[in-house]
Design a protein around this ligand. Sequence first.
Ligand code: PLP
Length: 403
Amino acid sequence: MTGKDLPLPGTSTEATRFESRLGLSALAPKTLQSEIRAMTTECDRIGGINLAQGVCDTPVPEVVEAAATEAIREGQNIYTRCDGIARLREAIAAKQERDYGLVYDGDNEVMVASGATAGLHAAAMALLDPGDEVLVFEPFYGYHVHTLDSLRIEPVLVALAEPDWELDVDAMRAAVTPRTRAILLNTPANPTGKIFTLRELQAVAQLAIEHDLFLITDEIYEYFVYDGARHICPATLAGMRDRTIVVSGFSKTFSITGWRIGYAAADARWMPTMAHFHDLTYVCAPAPLQAGAAAGLEQLPPSFYTQLAADHQSKRGRLLAALTEAGMEPSMPPGAYYIMARVERLPGKTAAEKARHLLSATGVAAVAGSAFFRKGRGENLMRFCFAKRDAELDEACERLRKL
Ligand code: PLP
């Protein structure tokens, strides 16, 4: 058939013989709006208090804000190198050495990303192939599982043991197959606040070395640790630096979730390819905001980080008390800034129904526990975020107490 003979859709009855090929991708059903975003939208609609999303609306440190504004005025408004400005890369390298004794070359082993989210995405694009399996601990952070799904990489869930979400080493080992390529580990963890212990990390490291796996870590809550607990960066364990992709960021530490500034640190063998994939999607992280984060790293004293933990420990205490009074048996999280509570007593068959009931009864939004588990689990749990300004958190506590 020549071009001249081709039927023009809509102009010929021939068109009715052709079925439209327009449609969503095979992945689409898996990428529907997350339960967390859904609750945020519903909460905004009724003007409620949002303890659902970890938006972290606490004040931005002054130096961070001032340096970003100054950078805009100075004209730092153009594309940066795809892996970020040198000043921030160097500051991140210095931070990793100061906090964990880990040495990275700021020029080719650190990448500034558009949030930790983009860091993880770039790592998955650069290091994993469709059909590969990645061990992910359950309960999990939805973006981890959905990011892998969206790249046709298979998350293999390893259930942590209740009530303290301990690592079940046998279950982890049993989950490894010849297709396993990496372990994805979030410490301190969302949604449970679990901080992986040295023993647990040693078991993870041993498995990674034995099976020659990457370890991808998400350490975004590294400074949110309570009651004297310590965050251990898994890359510090013997034999782990070169196979670990450290992902973290400033969304939480500097209360700048909307700025989209995070990073990855990894061996020079992996980083240029990760930066390439970050470039394809984001080109670079927002230029002037990189300057803000750099100033924060350079200028904020150690007391900033201890105060951050102390402030959040106090918020945790207030929300725990309110949830206890409301009969929801909250678990005390050792880290991060979420509390998991039991919601058997709320009306509704599923956790999502219970969350909607809670929102309409109190105007407080939380996330259904089912958002963090495989289908059928987490239906009696709900997650509450306490990274809120004090007045709003206290108002939410007051409302929950009256439930
Ligand atoms: N990783 C975890 C475990 C989180 O809980 C969140 C936000 O809630 C993020 C990453 C998002 O980080 P970023 O804003 O740097 O993309």
